[in-house]
Design a protein. Structure first.
Length: 471
């Protein structure tokens, strides 16, 4: 499988992997299994122990690395030496099969171990990421309304609350003014009973106050109408107050006219109004005054609530920089954990794909280029070469031995050596006296020596030639 599609998750150093595989194959257990399977060293006259058999077999195994022009390992050769060529072929075949199977097993094991390690690291990263998410979730739950993302909404809400607070204060001031006005009307109405009539009997001292209040209410209505529509609650309420005040003014005028035209009743209590009469202006004014007091109380409570909310949102806005820094610290840790998790997840998926590739034997694997063949001639020893080496060494040794004997020989062989030893000149020489028997004996020794040398030479040459021809 090309590496561009699936990246292997095992080491690409072939030399280190070969060294590790070779150590495993040449282990005692593996070699003893081959020895027992092929019944090696069974014909040995020596009683070898299992360790001796293993050591002897290791010495006969050779692994040769073949490198290309870029000094990279492209292949390797497996050799095994044995006296029987069939045994050498079988053992070499077993060794090559072990290399292939062991390489597959090693790559699969390394790939699975890598995937398991990444899975464990991924689970740890997932737990850390989950803890980071839980911390952020708890932080956001504990500081709702104080987070940086809620600043805009908090500002809008605060502006709305401040506007409501201003409107509520205006409405409270209006209600308090209305309360003062109603209290004034009630007091004036109670004093109407003892107030003398004005000419024409159509007005009294309370009418100017009512007219003044109507003018104020109409001025407030004009001011509110310039800012709000007729459907605004304050506008509608102000219109109702104007209508109630107008009705009160009309009833007051009608009541004064009725009392002015009616004859005086000496038996009636002129200064005491009938509080049981619901249509009495005084009763209506007292009801309006009570309603106004309730309204003032409600608006004061609403005003307190609005101020509390304004203070709360202002505090939230003041805490926003602190919460932003705290959230930034939590988010930074979360992002780092997320990046680490994503990277580990990617590596784990790639490793799992590479493991599947190794299990399906689609990755890098050894294959036999040249299967072990039956040897036709021995690789060792080279008898012709050894004979040449022996002949050369024999000649050298013969020269050395002959020279040594010649140097150690102290006998005198000619007259020159004798003349060197004597202090005076030689007067005469006595020739060697030989007989026929001595000559024959010397001649026989000479022929025996040449015959022996010729026989040995011929024997060596014939043996070397025969060994070379037999392979």
């Amino acid at each position: 499988m090309p590496k561009d599609y699936v990246t292997p998750n095992v080491t690409d150093d072939l030399q280190d992997r070969l060294r590790s595989i070779t150590q495993q194959i040449l282990s005692r257990t593996r070699l003893l299994h081959i020895i027992d399977q092929l019944n090696l060293y069974a014909d040995s006259h020596q009683n070898l122990t299992p360790d001796e058999k293993v050591d002897r077999m290791r010495k006969k195994i050779e692994i040769e690395l073949v490198r290309d022009a870029g000094d990279r390992i492209s292949s390797f050769n497996v050799y095994y030496s044995a006296h029987d060529p069939r045994v050498a072929q079988q053992v070499t075949s077993e060794l090559t099969n072990l290399f292939i199977s062991e390489n597959l097993e090693v790559r699969q094991q390394q790939s699975e171990d890598t995937t398991k390690f990444l899975e464990s690291q991924l689970e740890t990263a997932r737990q850390i990421l989950s803890d980071q998410e839980e911390k952020i979730r708890e932080f956001k739950g504990q500081h709702v309304g104080e987070l940086p993302a809620q600043v805009g909404s908090n500002l809008q809400i605060l502006a709305g609350l401040q506007s409501q607070l201003q409107n509520e204060e205006d409405a409270l001031n209006t209600a308090k003014q209305q309360r003062v006005y109603l209290e004034t009307l009630v007091n004036q109405y109670r004093s109407l009973q003892g107030t003398p009539k004005v000419a024409g009997g159509t007005t009294s001292l309370g009418l100017p106050a009512i007219d003044e209040e109507l003018e104020k209410l109409r001025a407030q209505l004009t001011d509110l109408s310039s800012h709000y529509t007729d459907r605004h609650p304050d506008v509608r309420k102000l219109k109702e107050q104007i209508a109630d005040t107008q009705r009160t003014r009309d009833r007051l005028i009608a009541d004064l006219k009725a009392k002015a035209s009616a004859p005086p009743d000496p038996n009636a209590e002129s200064n005491t109004p009938d509080l049981r009469d619901a249509s009495s202006p005084l009763v209506q004014l007292q009801g309006q005054l009570q309603s106004n007091r309730v309204e003032v109380a409600n608006r004061e409570r609403s005003l307190v609530d609005l101020k509390t909310k304004v203070i709360d949102y202002q505090a939230r806005l003041n805490q926003e920089p602190v919460r932003e820094q705290q959230l930034s610290d939590l988010t930074r840790g979360y992002e780092q954990s997320k990046a680490n998790y994503d990277e580990l997840l990617k590596k784990k998926n790639e490793s799992a794909m590479a493991t599947s590739m190794e299990l399906l034997q689609q990755g890098e694997r050894f294959r036999i280029i040249d299967p072990p063949s039956l040897p036709v001639k021995p690789d060792f020893p080279n008898r012709l070469k050894f004979c040449g080496i022996g002949l050369g060494m024999g000649l050298v040794l013969g020269v050395v031995v002959a020279g040594g004997f010649e140097m150690m020989d102290d006998r005198i062989h000619d007259e020159k050596e004798l003349q060197k030893l004597l202090p005076v000149a030689v007067i005469s020489e006595i020739p060697a006296l030989t007989v026929v028997a001595d000559e024959q004996r010397e001649r026989g020794k000479l022929w025996l020596g040449w015959a022996t040398a010729g026989f040995v030479s011929v024997t060596i040459l014939l043996g070397s030639a025969l060994s070379y021809l037999r392979g």
